[in-house]
Design a protein around this ligand. Structure first.
Ligand code: ZN
Length: 127
């Protein structure tokens, strides 16, 4: 096997097209992350959960935890989900049927429209 010239070490930055758990932590849509060489890294990119982050684009940082995002909307969404919801008072003692997860379903449809997964690129379809 031929060995080419050495490439300079570059941080492999990706951004999350979809929210997913990675390296034991939840990652938010739009969050910029490093893929650290886990077993499923290749799969995350191939199926469209993560995409290479374009170098030199603006970055929005969370003022509370320092995580970085590709746009303001993603950053604000993360702040709301990660930092604000935990401070809401617990709603205890509520009766009645469990609330329907309308927000979750709408979110999934929205994501499917703006960031469809590459489910045609599963291992089976590539074999
Ligand atoms: Zn944060």
């Amino acid at each position: 096997m031929e060995v080419g010239p050495k490439q300079p070490e570059r941080a492999k930055l990706y951004w999350c097209r979809r929210p997913f758990d990675y390296d034991g932590r939840p990652r938010y849509r739009g969050q910029i992350i490093k893929l650290v060489g886990l077993r499923n890294d290749e799969k995350l990119v191939r199926l469209g959960y993560a995409a290479p982050h374009p170098v030199g684009t603006d970055v929005w940082e969370c003022g509370q935890c320092g995580e970085k995002f590709i746009d303001k909307g993603s950053r604000d969404g993360h702040v709301k989900a990660q930092h604000l919801r935990a401070n809401e008072p617990l709603r205890v003692g509520m009766s009645g049927p469990a609330p329907i997860d309308v927000e979750g379903e709408a979110e999934e449809r929205h994501l499917e429209a703006i960031a469809p997964l590459h489910l045609d690129r599963t291992a089976a379809s590539l074999a």
